[in-house]
Write a protein that binds this ligand. Structure first.
Ligand SMILES: Cc1ncc(COP(=O)(O)O)c(C=O)c1O
Length: 464
């Protein structure tokens, strides 16, 4: 038998992977990491925490872009995957009905309380959106799509066509024709966009990932009604919000709507094995897979593989057994409350928003008296980035700057965090904001230096 030694590969590449990454993968991304101060080497991850090569412990509130709902290396998931490798059910026979896919579809429908749905498995969030776009076209015989401004639904060509950020679309046109962007939160503009009854589906994130922007109360009900009146399918992109992240199994249900199609991914995978799914009614699915010949009209090679299916089953089991949806709601409330109570006592917090453990802290650089000459409109983004660096380097907290023309720091930690992790985050914000206000001269010089070294790079808005 050929022997394989994973540890020796990690030992060989770990200490200096940056230079090799630049050579073999993406040199500009390597530059970005150095410029924004993400210069740590992490050697261990467990639950919501990471350890660097000096033995220091960090709290990860980036959470693998919100997918690590169970944290890293959850023992039940690890055991389930080890069982799958040991039992080794025959994989990818393709002309079969995989038992683990059946079990996961049933379990997912029960978990999300959508008993009458069919399920279509995919390998990622963006693939769930692509699948939903095709399903919506086939089900309605219409071709165009509508979405809010500031939307993020993924970066493959179809999903990118519904992306609210021009800089992400630029260079990849032409995209899917007929995608209509509607100003976020404007139901009358939506009514106008859907009025000619040619739009197959309206896609929305229950809470927009970029900037962490929830819908105002009642708006989604109004949106659902407009879609019903115009025969437009309502598609909830719950890739980020679903399965507990926003303190509910489905964030759209918490807003009082039952969408025609639901996309899930991050929370179903929880980060171990890539996985996603689209759920929708039998009537809608039957319009796509409408004959024996067309029963595989949309498909992909790996989508029902046993490791991914086992992973999904184990993740749902842990979410249920450990009460993590409720935990997300409870700890999210505590964190939002802690940060809101901090706001009047330190300079620089304009608002704290979100639900469950999907939280955005909007900064107010004016209140911190930070003024970057000639860069007024870039200042919030830069100040948010400066705070992110400080949170990482001084308080061992991984957070992400995500902006919507303003500086927002996004917190999406694993749902398994403890009360003391909530305190860790609040204290890190308190001390960093005080430090930033005290040393704002040095901070401004640092920011301007960063800008000179990397014009353009650090100014880009974060994607998610
Ligand atoms: C709402 C939403 N939809 C789709 C995607 C794309 O998912 P993926 O990165 O798995 O392709 C993301 C990723 O951040 C997302 O937040």
């Amino acid at each position: 038998m050929a022997t394989f030694d994973l540890q020796s590969i990690l030992d060989a590449y770990g200490p200096d992977s940056g230079r090799a990454y630049a050579e073999h993968l993406n040199p500009r991304f390597h530059d970005l990491l150095r410029l924004v101060g993400f210069d740590r080497r992490f050697v261990r991850g467990e639950g919501p925490h990471l350890w660097d090569d000096r033995g220091d412990r960090y709290l990860d509130a980036i959470g693998g872009f919100a997918c690590l709902t169970l944290g890293r290396d959850h023992p039940t998931v690890r055991d389930a995957l080890e069982q799958a490798l040991r039992i080794a059910p025959p994989t990818l026979i393709q002309f079969e009905t995989p038992p683990l896919a059946v079990a996961l579809a049933e379990s997912l429908k029960r978990f999300l309380d959508r008993p009458d749905d069919r399920v279509f498995f995919v390998n990622s969030g963006t693939e769930s959106v692509e699948a939903a776009m095709k399903i919506a076209r086939a089900a309605t015989d219409r071709s165009s799509f509508a979405h809010w401004s500031n939307a993020f639904h993924g970066l493959t060509l179809g999903a990118l066509s519904m992306n609210g950020a021009g800089w992400l679309r630029r260079g990849f046109e032409p995209l899917v024709p007929g995608c209509r962007e509607v100003p976020f939160g404007d139901p009358e503009a939506l009514r106008t966009a859907l009025a000619d009854e040619s739009v197959a589906a309206f896609f929305f994130e229950p809470i927009q990932g970029k900037g962490v922007v929830p819908h105002p109360p009642g708006l989604l009900r109004e949106v659902a009604e407009i879609c019903r009146q115009t025969g437009t399918l309502l598609v909830a992109d719950e890739v980020q919000t679903g399965l507990g992240r926003a303190g509910a199994t489905l964030a759209s249900r918490a807003d009082g709507v039952e969408p025609d199609l639901v996309c899930v991914s991050k929370g179903l995978s929880a980060g171990s094995i890539p996985l996603g799914a689209v759920l929708g009614s039998a009537a809608v699915f039957d319009r796509v897979f409408d004959s024996v010949e067309r029963s595989v009209v949309h498909s992909s090679t790996f989508r029902e593989n046993p490791l991914a299916m086992t992973n999904g089953l184990a993740v749902l089991h842990v979410l249920r057994e450990e009460g993590l949806v409720e935990r997300s709601a409870r700890l999210g409330d505590a964190l939002i409350d802690g940060l809101r109570r901090l706001a009047p006592t330190v300079p620089g917090i304009r608002s704290v928003r979100g639900r469950g453990l999907m939280i955005g802290v909007e900064l107010d650089p004016k209140a911190m008296s930070i003024d970057l000459p000639g860069l007024a409109n870039r200042t919030p983004t830069l100040v948010a980035q400066a705070l992110v660096v400080r949170l990482l380097q001084r308080h061992r907290l991984l957070a992400q700057s995500t902006s919507k023309g303003s500086g927002v720091i996004k917190l999406v930690p694993p749902l398994v965090i403890a009360d003391e992790d909530v305190d860790w985050i609040v204290e890190a914000f308190r001390e960093s904001l005080q430090e930033l206000a005290r040393g704002r001269g040095a901070a401004v010089r640092g920011l301007l230096g960063m800008l000179q070294r990397a014009p353009g790079v650090v100014l880009r808005e974060s994607m998610q």
